[in-house]
Design a protein around this ligand. Structure first.
Ligand code: PEP
Ligand code: MG
Length: 755
């Protein structure tokens, strides 16, 4: 049987009139259901709205008992309506009562209707409600009718998302759209931030849904598709793409989709129902997003992401504007929300206004988190569907301590957080007041607190924190945030700027630590089964000495006339250290021959990250000028537990007998050889870790900038001798007989130390 009186285009035109009328929200909804029912020749048309409590409430109906409106409430997994909502998929049945999910609500009087067509009301892939038509007769709804109802649902989605329906809701039962949501994720850069959402790659907001002239819209769609295809071809032909790589694969996937007949047909069908070209793309795209959220296969998810990106490109062409936010003109207190982001993109934003960052992807050791930490931007990663759940300008709170994101928070939540921010600011002011105080424990032990750094943006931290120097300068960061290999003169000018900013304070540069998880986008990656154990850091440097030599030359020249401290990453044997040191000597000879200004003094040391070095400590200390313990990698290799995989890395506690015995032995050996030993891993950046290290004899720690205040405050209150006595005797006891971490915490509490 054919329905559709006047077809979908007439319906959309009538809907536009109703949307423009000055009537109450309920009246508007009532008129809409009457219009849809008449247009689709259905006896029933109902709108169910998804509420914050996860249930579906009947908001309007034509044909069912009107008294049931706002009274009929169903669980989101109940009945056919629930099934449409939970699967975000249309369901069309000529005999609804025979379906196993059918559930009967006597108050609605729906038992007499046999056929059922329900479509999800979707916005950005999120279900906001369900739109249903029903017929008494056994009727098969045509594909065009399903399509038409989906198009109509899109108009309803805008109405729900506008917040217009909230006035009809009881407290606690508001529509889920535009309501407060709490999301969880993994803190990547500690901090708390309150502000407003800035979407890194904003969805294009469609404002004009209903076509004046469908043929014109179809032509616009075709033209836009042709432009996108031509753009992709140009990008793929560019010379710098010629040698392949991941980027090329992505573009090729886009090109494949852009020629996919199924996708093109869907777009044209959506526009044919009477939508503008951009609304048609949005319709199809919303379904893609809904599917993406239900997809568990990572490969397929990636392909859908590609398709989504392509749809975004198409939208931009159609809307004729670049919708990316102005990177310099951010609102005050901007919180960026992105699916993923590279470090260079983050650095493009005006950092004075940037407070927080929320990512759908991103791990603790990802480059963007390293940059976010350096910038002091509260950052949370692995927040599922973050970009789909927020709107540009929404109020948002990033709690990158507990790993929570509050979108459109309730006033009491906002007040509580505002108070926590004030509290943290007071603490920060207290730390700031300690800046110029020497770090000496109560019993007179001087502890050198230094900084971990790696970018120009880190340099102001030297003065701000009162650190006594830079204990670890990660030179690879400059390489990681660049789009191409930094030339020797670019390296030279960064090193020079670092030394100038540090003034008389010492800086320890670590030569390139690339490979493993530190990938350079422009360097052809070698496929490795275990990259952390692979061809990385000094191994790469020794096998391809050109890179290492030019870096060492840049460092030696930058430090002309002053002292230079240099160390190598991931050294596993003393022989590797000897070879690396020989390269430095070679470069010194070369520079001397060309009468360059040489450093006054060059000290050469090594990182201790590979456990094999623990059994070569005597030979090592005889050779090095200093040693720096990289507890991040040392822990990873000691326990064979990937530092980037939270499931295994959190399993092993560094404040435990085996690790502390090792750290003690290194410190003791350093003292025996009268060589300086620093610890520059994350362990030193936590007050409890710093307490353990100082108790074991470490007098030099290198920390993340934000940790200097808390660690210093703790050390100023510490009686080092008492801590040493307590901890050294604890770790002499058999493993398992004492809970070292708890005992150390109890000690801190008893001594009044702030951890
Ligand atoms: C370490 O391994 O502890 C370290 C400081 O180096 P990175 O974190 O850069 O690997
Ligand atoms: Mg390391």
């Amino acid at each position: 049987m054919r329905g559709a009186l006047g077809g979908p285009r007439v319906l959309l035109r009538r809907l536009r009139e109703v949307m423009a009328e000055q009537v109450s929200a309920q009246e508007r909804l009532d008129k809409i259901v009457v219009l849809i029912a008449a247009n689709m020749v259905a006896e029933v048309c109902s709108v169910y709205v998804l509420r914050v409590d996860g249930t579906l409430e009947l908001y309007a109906t034509e044909g069912l008992n009107r008294d049931a409106v706002h009274l009929t409430v169903m669980r989101a997994d109940e009945g056919l309506v629930g099934l449409v909502a939970s699967e975000a998929n249309a369901i069309s049945l000529s005999d609804a009562q025979a379906h196993p999910a059918f559930s009967f609500r006597p108050e609605t009087g729906e038992e007499i209707y046999h056929s059922f067509l329900g479509v999800p009301i979707l916005r950005a892939g999120n279900t906001l409600g369900v739109l249903v038509v029903q017929n008494r007769a056994h009727r098969t709804y045509s594909e065009e009718e399903v399509e038409a109802l989906q198009t109509t649902a899109m108009v309803l989605a805008e109405m729900i998302a506008s917040g217009e329906l909230s006035a009809l809701a009881r407290p606690g039962a508001e529509p889920v759209a535009r309501h407060a949501v709490q999301l969880t994720g993994t803190p990547l850069a500690e901090g708390i931030a309150l502000g407003h959402v800035v979407l890194h790659e904003p969805r294009v907001v469609v404002t004009n849904f209903i076509a004046e002239d469908v043929n014109k819209e179809l032509k616009r769609l075709d033209d836009a598709l042709a432009t996108v295809r031509a753009d992709l071809d140009t990008m793929l032909e560019r010379r710098d793409m010629a040698d392949g790589g991941e980027h090329r694969e992505v573009l090729e996937a886009y090109r494949m989709f852009a020629q996919d007949h199924g996708w093109l047909r869907k777009l044209r069908e959506a526009v044919s129902t009477g939508l503008t070209a951009e609304a048609g793309v949005e319709r199809v795209h919303s379904d893609v997003r809904a599917r993406m959220q239900r997809m568990t296969d990572p490969y397929l998810r990636d392909r859908l992401h590609d398709l989504e990106d392509l749809a975004n490109r198409l939208m931009r062409v159609l809307m004729g504007r670049d919708h990316a936010p102005s990177k310099e003109r951010l609102p005050e207190n901007a919180i960026l929300v992105a699916r993923s982001m590279g470090p260079a993109a983050l650095l493009d934003y005006d950092r004075k206004r940037l407070r927080g960052l929320v990512l759908e992807e991103g791990g603790l050791t990802s480059h963007v988190s390293i940059v976010a930490r350096a910038l002091g931007i509260a950052t949370i990663g692995e927040v599922a569907n973050a970009t789909g759940l927020v709107e540009q300008g929404d109020a948002i709170i990033v709690d990158a301590i507990m790993g929570q994101v509050h979108v459109r928070p309730m006033p009491d939540v906002e007040n509580a957080y505002a108070e926590r921010v004030r509290f943290r600011a007071r603490r920060q002011a207290q730390y700031h007041a300690l800046r110029d105080r020497p770090c000496v424990t109560k019993d007179g032990e001087k502890i050198d607190l230094m900084l971990n750094a790696g970018l120009l943006i880190d340099l102001p931290h030297i003065a701000e924190t009162g650190a006594v120097g830079i204990g670890l300068f990660r030179t690879e960061l400059q390489f990681m945030v660049a789009a191409t290999f930094p030339r020797t003169n670019e390296q030279h000018s960064l090193y020079r700027a670092v030394l100038e900013a540090a003034g008389k304070k010492p800086v320890t540069f670590r030569t390139l630590d690339i490979g493993g998880d530190k990938v350079l986008p422009y360097m052809r990656a070698v496929e490795e089964e275990n990259p952390a154990l692979g061809w990385r850091a000094i191994r790469l440097g020794l096998d391809r000495p050109g890179l290492l030599r030019s870096q060492i030359r840049a460092l030696l020249r930058a430090a002309g006339g002053r002292d230079l401290k240099l160390m190598f990453p991931m050294v596993a044997t003393v022989d590797e250290f000897d070879q690396a040191k020989a390269i430095v000597e070679l470069e010194l000879t070369h520079l001397r021959r060309h009468s360059h200004l040489l450093p006054e003094r060059v000290e050469i040391g090594t990182m201790l990250e590979v456990p094999a070095l623990l059994y070569q400590l005597d030979e090592l200390f005889e050779r090095v000028d200093f040693l720096s313990v990289g507890s991040n990698d040392l822990m990873q290799f000691l326990y064979a537990a990937d530092r980037g995989n939270a499931r295994v890395s959190a399993r092993f506690n560094p404040i435990s007998t085996p690790v502390l015995r090792i750290l003690r032995d290194i410190a003791d050996k350093g003292r025996q050889y009268k060589k300086s030993v620093t610890l520059c891993g994350e362990l030193a950046s936590k007050p409890i870790g710093a307490l353990a290290l100082v108790a074991l004899g470490y007098r030099s720690l290198s920390l993340t900038p934000s940790a200097i205040g808390p660690v210093k405050a703790m050390l100023l209150d510490l009686h080092c001798g008492r801590a040493a006595e307590m901890l050294r005797s604890l770790i002499d006891q058999p493993v398992g007989s004492v809970a070292v971490h708890e005992r150390l915490e109890a000690f801190a509490t008893a001594e009044g130390l702030q951890l």
